[in-house]
Design a binder for this molecule. Structure first.
Ligand code: SF4
Ligand code: SF4
Length: 422
């Protein structure tokens, strides 16, 4: 999701843009956003003048890093000329020495040799939606005629591979694959997919922000899925696959901050833009009551100063009682506010719908995560002591040599002593 820029008040901001609004060439039956049924008609892509206006404003606020996530619908329907214009405007308005990055989430079916060459040239990170082997994928990810898209997606991935484009796989977990974790993991291995992430299937539209979150799978099913996937991922203490959920858990055990919003204590500063420039604080809060403004009309400063933004940001830390005393709070932080049922005044809520899933996977993985993280931190510690500290172990109050940013005494001291490294 997005990247970083320094917005009003010096805070960093990630930007995700719905490039073609709801337009999509597929009609996946569980889609939480598009209603065009795989027949998009005339494409509603972002207007070039709007793109220019926002790019200029956004780049004025950057502080060395400018990053964008392009989503849909199916963003490739915007056409190569749209993305050529986007990267040209980024280059035009970015201050000198700005690092520009772009991410793109696609169903993969429209990828061609020409697209892959472009994506490689501009170093896009591409997320491809793929729900598993052909029978699983084709049951839900279909076009307007009801035909599965698996072969077209794999063909698209072939183009990415030939051009050396960085890509990862996004798998929606639904009734058709939630009991098939082993098959999914074997599939990723067979196809040499080394970065994957899971998203539990939503049974509501992201625009219906007043409707409670409804999901196709039960918390128990998702918890069992994650636990089985974890056993395979762990691989006897030598994971070979990057699974975003487990990587984020591992970061916390490494005394680092998770990168995925649901694992963090606060929702990140993020701007989700509709194709027409309407701005919202999150992909799951695209409703009129959460509208922050429009980037074609309002300045970024005004949008970020919207009181609606503050109301949104206040939700996540307003934890329900069970979360406040939960033993897994540091890993979970109450999950996602969209998955909690809120009181009318939004001052209180139930725990995240997937609370039971989280409790299950966190308990299931705890001992092995501790062991994995402990070993990794010690190796990092030893290496950094050798390379940067001329063999001298830090003092108790010095920054820990593992690189966590914590004080040594609050980080690796006990482990280092147990391993007789001091
Ligand atoms: S596991 Fe459940 S109770 Fe614990 S922090 Fe997460 S949502 Fe709250
Ligand atoms: S509301 Fe949920 S999805 Fe949105 S930023 Fe917060 S944690 Fe992430």
């Amino acid at each position: 999701m997005g990247g970083l820029c320094t917005g009003a008040g010096g805070r960093s901001l990630s930007v995700m843009w719905k490039t073609v609004s709801e337009d999509c060439n597929l009609a996946c039956d569980y889609c939480y956003y598009s209603t065009c049924g795989g027949k998009p008609g005339k494409i509603n892509r972002i207007d070039f003048a709007l793109l220019d206006t926002f790019m200029k404003d956004y780049m004025r606020h950057t502080d060395g890093v400018a990053a964008f996530a392009w989503q849909g619908g199916e963003p490739l329907l915007a056409g190569l000329d749209f993305f050529e214009e986007a990267v040209a405007l980024q280059a035009k308005y970015a201050p000198p020495r700005t690092v520009i990055s772009n991410a793109l989430q696609t169903n993969g079916t429209l990828l061609t040799d020409k697209w892959a060459a472009f994506l490689k040239t501009y170093r896009f990170l591409v997320g491809v939606s793929l729900d598993g082997p052909k029978d699983i994928h084709d049951a839900r990810r279909v076009d307007a005629r009801g035909q599965g898209s698996y072969d077209r997606v794999m063909n698209g991935i072939g183009h990415l591979r030939r051009h050396g484009v960085d890509f990862n796989i996004l798998t929606v977990i639904h009734k058709g694959n939630v009991n098939r974790a082993a098959e999914l993991l074997a599939f990723y291995k067979r196809e040499k997919f080394d970065h994957v992430q899971f998203i539990p299937c939503m049974d509501f539209r992201s625009q219906e922000t007043n409707r409670p979150g409804v999901y196709e799978i039960t918390p128990e099913e998702y918890g069992l899925f994650l636990s089985e996937a974890f056993d395979l991922w762990y691989n006897g203490g030598a994971p070979e696959l990057s699974v975003r959920f487990f990587d984020n858990m591992l970061s916390v055990y490494m005394n680092e901050q998770a990168e995925l919003c649901i694992h963090r204590s606060a929702c990140p500063d993020m701007l989700v833009l509709e194709q027409n420039g309407d701005a919202f604080p999150c992909d799951f809060f695209i409703g009129e009551e959460w509208k922050l403004g429009n980037v074609g009309v309002h300045s970024l400063d005004d949008i970020l100063a919207s009181p609606v933004y503050d109301q949104f940001k206040a939700l996540k830390p307003r934890l329900p009682e069970p979360c406040r005393s939960c033993q897994w709070k540091a890993l979970c932080h109450g999950g996602c506010p969209r998955n909690r049922n809120w009181s009318d005044n939004r001052m209180t809520s139930e725990p995240d719908y997937f609370c039971a899933s989280y409790q299950m996977i966190y308990a299931h993985a705890d001992e092995r995560m501790k062991s994995l993280a402990g070993g990794l931190r010690l190796r990092q510690f030893e290496s950094n002591v050798r390379r940067y500290l001329k063999g001298k172990v830090p003092g108790r109050n010095d920054p820990c040599a593992c690189g966590s940013g914590r004080k040594f005494k609050q980080c690796c001291l006990d482990d280092v002593q147990s391993a007789s490294l001091v």
